[in-house]
Design a protein around this ligand. Sequence first.
Ligand code: XMP
Length: 506
Amino acid sequence: QILILDFGSQFTQLIARRVRELNVYCEIHPFNKIPPITADIKGVILSGSPCSVRDEDAPIVDWQEIAKTLPVLGVCYGAQMMAQMGGGEVAPSSIREYGRTILNKVNNRYALFKDVADDTQVWMSHSDTIAAPPSNADIIASTDTVKVAAFKIKEKPVYGIQFHPEVTHTVLGKTIIKNFVVDICECSQSWTPDSFAEVTIQELKEKLGDDKVIMGLSGGVDSSVAATLIHHAIGKNLYCIFVDNGLLRKGEFEEVLESYKGLGLNVVGVDAKDRFYDALKGLTDPEAKRKAIGKTFIDVFDAESHKVEGAKWLGQGTIYPDVIESVSVKGPSVTIKSHHNVGGLPDFMKLQVVEPLRLLFKDGVREVGKALNIPQNILGRHPFPGPGLGIRILGDVTPEKVQILQEVDAIFINGLKNSGLYDKVWQAGSMLLPVQSVGVMGDERTYERVVALRAVTSVDGMTADWAHLPYEFLADVSNEIINKVKGVNRVVYDISSKPPATIEWE
Ligand code: XMP
C-alpha cells in the first residue's frame, strides 16, 4: 500500500482516490501521526498544504528518514518542504503560479515521467516557489516561469513536484501517479472491488461468527452495500430495519423494501409515519424539526431492535471520508471530524459497531456494490437527506403537505429519469414553499402553493453548482406539475450555487 501523509490540503483525498483508481490500496494519515512503517507500505506521498514552509510553525516530517527506505513523492507543499529541509530554498513567488500551465523541458528518462512528453498541461496552485531544489537533486521539469517544477534526489526514487497531479486539469496526472505507484513503488494492482468484497466478507465471517447484527437501512447506497457485505458473511443473522418515517419519496418505502428482499436481505419494514407526524406537529424551526425526526428515529429503531434477542453488533454504512482524521495545520492540535455516523451509537444500545465500508470512498462503495450485483436503481440513487421531505417542506409538516410534495417530486424525478438527465445531476429534489401565489386556471382565480425545483452538479456535496437543465425539460415538468398536482399553481427553479446557498433549503 501507499501511505499518504496529509498536511491539510483540500486535495489530499483526491490523491488517495487517484491511487485507488489504480487498484492500489492507500491510507491517509496526518503528518504528525505517522503509523508504523510496516513491510506492506511501498511508498509515501507527501500532500499539499494551505501553509507556507517559510512559516515558523510550518508542519514538517523527517522525509529524509523515510527516504532512506522508501520511495517518496512530494506534491506542491510536500515538494517545497523537501526542498526547504534538504538544503534547497523556497521563496515567495513573484509571479502568479496558479491554474493551468505548460510543463516543458520534461526529462522523461526519469521513471516518474515515463510516457509524459514535453508541453503537457499541468495545474499549479501555490504562492511559494522552489528557488533551489534540495542539494543532492536534479531538476527534471520546468515551466516557462517555474524553473523547479519537478526534481529528483540523486540515486534515490525520491521526487518532488510543484504541480498537482491529482486534479484533472493536469492532463497526464494519472500517468504520473501510476508511474510513481506502480513502477517506482512496485505496488501490485490487485486491490479490486472484487478482492475487497471477498476479503471483507471473509474478515466479517471471522469477526462476527454466529453473532447477530442489527442494521438500519436508509435506501441509500452506503447502507445497502454495507448490509449486503454483512449479509454475504452471516446470512440470516443480519437483521435489517427499514423505517418509513412518512417523509420518504412517493412509493419509495415499498420499492426499496422490494429491492432489499430481492437482495436476500432479512429486512423488516416499520411503518412509523404517524409517530413522525405527531413529533413534527406545529414545529417550524428547521433544527427543531431535524431533532424531532432524529429522536423519533432512535425511539422507533430502539423499540424494533429489542425484538432481536441477543444482538451483539450494530452495522453501519460509515465511509472513509467520515473517519479520516482531518489535519488542522493552522492550529496547534489535530482535530477529528465529528460526523453523525461516527460514534453515532446511542448509549442505551450497548452494541459494538461494525462498519465494513470504513476504508472506502463513495466511488469505491459503488464499485463494490457493482461487484456484489446490487442493482443500479440502488447504486445510482441520488443522495437523500435523513430527515427527508421533512426539511423540504418549509415550515410545519403535515401529511397533506407531504402528499403534495411527493407528487411534485415524483414528476420531477421521473422526468429526469425519462429524459436521461438523472445520472447527469448529483442530486435533485423539490421544496414546498410556505407561500401562496395568485394564478388563473380557466376563468378562475387561484391562490395556491409554490414549489421550487432544485438540481445540482457536485462531486461530494461540499460545493455544488445549480444544474443547467434544458428549458424545454423545465417547461414540460412545470406544466405537468401544475396540471396534475392539486394545490400547486406555480413552479420556480433554484439557480443558486453552494456556497453561498446550500443544497437543501432548510
Ligand atoms: P446542504 O443543504 O448542507 O446539503 O448543502 C449537503 C448534502 O447533505 C444532505 N443533507 C443532509 N443529510 N441529514 C442528512 O442525512 C441532514 O440533516 C441533512 N441536511 C442536508 C443534503 O441532501 C446534501 O446531499
